[in-house]
Ligand binder design. Structure first.
Ligand code: ZN
Length: 236
């Protein structure tokens, strides 16, 4: 199991770890460390990229995944040399990519806050896609007048950014998580997040600290049909 170091600071772009081993599967070769700041793709958010270094030995990371045992796989290729078990390594993640992903992902949470303010009772959030290429939040349930909702939603989301809401985070033990109906990995703490004053959500993604860090969120399109409502947005 890999110790996760990205949950407490989105803005930690460099860290240290110990090299454990190289693993390989159908996706290719992966570096395994004792701990990591690299975010593994999941929860609708893309993986970090970057480099892992030990002296002149450099491994370029182009994808990161979490397996069912809690081990994080850093996929990529050695640009130079190799690592030996027990090597101290330096981790550097692509800063711009991390910040963009944290903004896009946090924007999905804020969008849901803006939706909840309209009090459309039958919409239940089911899915978030926070990749740079066409991010959206999807709900079970439909609305009758999506075009009329766009300006209201836009105003709500502008107001929430203007208020610069704080993003709150807390870890629940498995019993607390179960009591609140939040999913937790077996036997582990569950991370919950919420923008101040809005409902909590179990989430292991990387987040901004306050709403204004996101910048401007634009509601691009609302598609509501066949029992689903998809709200597409962009972040500048
Ligand atoms: Zn999140």
């Amino acid at each position: 199991m890999t110790k996760i170091d990205y949950l407490d600071s989105t803005y930690l772009f460099e860290s240290k770890a110990i090299f454990v081993e190289i693993k390989e599967n159908e996706k290719g070769k992966a570096v395994i460390l004792d701990e990591t700041i690299f975010y593994p793709q999941g929860g609708g958010q893309p993986a970090d990229r970057g480099e892992i270094m030990s002296g002149d030995n450099i491994f370029a990371v182009n994808d990161v995944r979490l397996d069912e045992t809690g081990t994080i796989w850093h996929f990529g290729e050695f640009k130079n040399g190799e690592f030996k078990q027990g090597n101290k390594v330096i981790l550097k993640i692509d800063k711009d990519r991390r910040i963009l992903n944290a903004k896009l992902h946090s924007a999905g949470h804020l969008l849901d806050c803006a939706v909840s303010k309209i009090r459309i009772e039958n919409l239940k959030p089911t899915k978030g896609f926070h990749f740079p290429d066409g991010p959206y939040v999807e709900y079970d349930g439909t609305i009758e007048n999506p075009a009329e909702i766009i300006p209201i939603l836009q105003k709500n989301i502008d107001d929430l950014i203007e208020q610069n809401l704080q993003l709150e985070r807390k870890d629940l033990n498995p019993e607390e998580a179960q009591a609140k109906g939040v999913w937790a990995p077996a036997g582990k703490l569950a991370r919950i997040v919420n923008f101040a004053g809005f409902s909590i959500c179990g989430c292991g993604g990387t987040h901004v600290n306050t709403a204004s860090e996101i910048g401007k969120i634009t509601i691009r399109k609302i598609k509501s049909s066949q029992g689903k409502t998809k709200i597409a947005y962009s972040v500048v």
